[in-house]
Design a binder for this molecule. Structure first.
Ligand SMILES: [Zn+2]
Length: 63
């Protein structure tokens, strides 16, 4: 019997865009990734390039 994969797809969202309500009409930078929920209990944060902020910013896991 094969072990079932427990990796889950998560979405990372730019926190700079997210906290700027006026910018929301333009959109929010999002990255789709996956993580092992049993190994990574904390919310994931990654530094990624945001095309809306035009710079690298922190992207945080959203629900
Ligand atoms: Zn942004």
């Amino acid at each position: 019997m094969r072990k079932k994969k427990i990796r889950n797809i998560i979405i990372l969202e730019c926190i700079t865009c997210h906290s700027n309500l006026n910018k929301r009409t333009y959109g929010i930078s999002r990255y789709i990734t996956e993580k092992n929920k049993q190994k990574t209990i904390k919310r994931l944060t990654l530094k990624k390039y945001c095309k809306f902020c035009n710079k690298s910013s922190i992207h945080k896991e959203i629900k």
